[in-house]
Design a protein around this ligand. Structure first.
Ligand code: ZN
Length: 607
């Protein structure tokens, strides 16, 4: 291709100590009316206006004749004066966001998403885009390498140099890591898969590669093929504690705690490693479901403003359901572990009264202002389309398995979505998932979708699970740390006698700071609010560590005097303690299940 038909970028981690990337963008034939340029307001997969342009520090333009005037048109758009080409725009990007969504640079490593650093050249989005990635200057950086699935032009494997993308959409869908990452490679679906781990760690990388290979093969077999790509890349950043992931067309960015990675000489499956594999499973499933099977509302993305769809429950919810189920099917976890993870998900949903106020479809549309902007009242007012969406997927799967006389399941709906929409690139209409589920199963599912997706009813799991040989039990939480999934060590009678405040404590520090005050609970009725710090119960000093123990001396209905700080003012509250709600789920395989239930369970969870 000739340079006329290209947009070229060059990105250099010019001042790692100042967290600044230098970027230049060259447009051979700029718009004669004056070239427009902008940065995205959001990144696909993370539905919040982030205004990446706020980290552009200085931007200048020039051509061979000299400087070209450029002015800011709105918060994310620049306009250059009409000029002859080539137009060269140079700018600095401040990169100090260690998340999967933006960019980060210091003397240890660099990371960026294209949406944080590459300007969209208006009218040239469809042209091939070339990027030259240069190393920082100095011997300190001589052993830095590059990990990305951007197609290489003249760069050596894992090297600095030239990369290219077919268009702007592709350019910003391959995050780039540079530094001294640990690299491991395995094969799945006949194609190489890399894992690049940044951050200090002592992980058993051989085991990680083996486990991920099994998981990826299982997912490829599920859909019948790996989408077209040369290779896949898991970009992992290990920190002290963290959890996050973002899907891309042939890679994903993951943030995890270093202890979430498998440890050497510890062959058991720890809860934290199981959680990390579930995160990998989630993002890999997105390769098909949301990166290729997409809501029609996302084709094409408009990255300058919010893009609304009511379908996130089906994209994130189904993905969350399958992230666990495919761990089970790949043999990485067993059925009891699967049921424990499922019970913890049910517990999360059942603990939020917001699920009775916000529907899944509204939660999807409102992602921009609610799910991605959680606050102290979120549990009272909203429902997660991830968590409840996964339970809707579970219920849908079980209903189809039970009622369809075609011997099918939600798996067949997923594969139909892949064939109709993923392979063709045709977007899914807002009612497309519902219609396809009915078409594939031959069932009338209208009432289910009305109740569970567009309404605020709980998925009927208490009815469905026993028909699959799985007992569904709700009990009070045994402690503030009880996430569900395990039988309580205390008797149900003892649990019901436990007095509670109706709050959730903040995770950090030793103070008993209230993160959430549940609607109509004991604390709220007494006047306590989120952010308050409880310092004493009936005159005894209270903190995060001993609050449960202090409360254990009381019975529901008794009154306790609570001293708490709101800001720096000490307040006294008389709290009439409540009985704990039965919101903690335990799922168990029923020994008493009849033959039909056993057969259904075996078909669903394996023998
Ligand atoms: Zn997701």
């Amino acid at each position: 291709m000739t340079n006329d038909r290209l947009v070229s970028f060059c990105i250099t981690p010019a001042r790692p100590e100042a967290h600044l990337f230098n970027v230049t963008c060259t447009v051979q034939e700029p718009d004669p009316a004056g070239q427009g340029l902008s940065l995205p307001a959001w990144i696909p997969g993370s539905y919040l206006i982030r205004d990446f342009a706020r980290h552009v520090v200085r931007l200048r333009a020039g051509n061979p004749a000299g400087a070209v005037a450029v002015h800011k048109e709105d918060k994310q758009t620049w306009r250059c004066a009409p000029c002859a080409g080539p137009l060269i725009v140079s700018y600095e990007v401040y990169a100090w966001d260690l998340s999967v969504r933006a960019a980060h640079l210091d003397c240890e490593h660099g990371y960026f998403n294209g949406s944080s650093v590459f300007l969209r050249v208006h009218g040239r989005e469809h042209l091939p885009q070339r990027v030259e990635i240069l190393p920082p200057a100095g011997m300190h950086y001589k052993d830095w390498r590059v990990a990305t699935t951007l197609p290489r032009e003249d760069a050596a494997p894992y090297g600095f140099g030239r990369y290219r993308a077919a268009d702007y959409d592709e350019l910003i869908d391959h995050p780039v890591e540079m530094g001294r990452f640990t690299l491991l490679t395995f094969e799945a679906g006949g194609r190489p898969h890399d894992v690049a781990i940044t951050g200090r760690h002592r992980a058993d990388t051989a085991r990680l590669g083996r486990d991920l290979a099994r998981l990826c093969e299982e997912q490829i077999a599920f859909f019948g093929e790996l989408p077209p790509m040369e290779r896949y890349l898991f970009l992992v950043t290990a920190v002290d504690s963290g959890h996050g992931g973002l899907e891309h067309r042939s890679s994903c960015s993951l943030l995890c705690g270093r202890d979430d990675l498998p440890r050497r000489n510890r062959p058991e499956m720890s809860d934290s490693y199981r959680g990390f594999l579930a995160l990998c499973s989630h993002e890999y499933f997105h390769l098909w479901h949301v990166k290729r099977i997409k809501p029609a509302a996302f084709i094409p993305y408009d990255l300058s403003t919010e893009n609304y769809t009511a379908l996130l429950w089906a994209f994130e919810g189904f993905t969350t359901y399958y992230q666990h189920l495919l761990l089970l099917r790949s043999g990485l976890i067993d059925a009891p572990a699967y049921l424990e993870m499922l019970a913890q998900l049910i517990t999360r949903v059942w603990r939020g009264a917001g699920r009775m106020k916000q529907s899944l479809s509204d939660s999807s549309r409102d992602a921009w202002i609610k799910l991605y902007k959680p606050d102290e009242n979120s549990a009272n007012a909203t429902v997660s389309y991830y968590a409840k969406g996964a339970l809707a997927a579970l219920a849908l799967d079980l209903i189809i398995r039970r009622d369809s006389d075609r011997g099918c399941s939600l798996d067949d709906v997923m594969r139909a979505l892949w064939q109709r929409h993923g392979q063709t690139g045709i977007g899914v209409a807002e009612d497309g998932v519902e219609r396809l589920a009915e078409e594939v199963s031959g069932l009338d599912l209208g009432q289910f979708f009305q109740d569970v997706v567009h309404g605020t009813l709980d998925p009927p799991l208490a009815e469905l699970l026993p028909q699959f040989g799985v007992g569904f039990e709700l009990r009070p939480a045994a402690s503030g740390a009880d996430a569900g999934g395990q039988p309580a060590s205390r008797s149900p009678e003892a649990l019901v006698r436990r007095a509670v405040l109706g709050v959730r404590l903040a995770d950090q520090d030793g103070e008993a700071r209230l993160a959430n005050v549940y609607d109509d609970g004991a604390a709220q009725r007494a006047g306590l609010a989120a952010g308050d710090v409880i310092v004493a119960l009936d005159g005894l000093r209270a903190g995060r560590a001993n609050l449960d123990a202090l409360l254990s001396a009381y019975e529901p209905g008794e009154t306790v005097t609570v001293h708490a700080f709101r800001r720096d003012e000490l307040h006294v509250f008389e709290v009439s303690l409540q009985a704990p709600p039965s919101d903690t789920c335990v799922l168990r395989r029923l020994e008493s299940a009849d033959d039909a239930a056993r057969r259904r369970r075996a078909a669903w969870l394996g023998a």
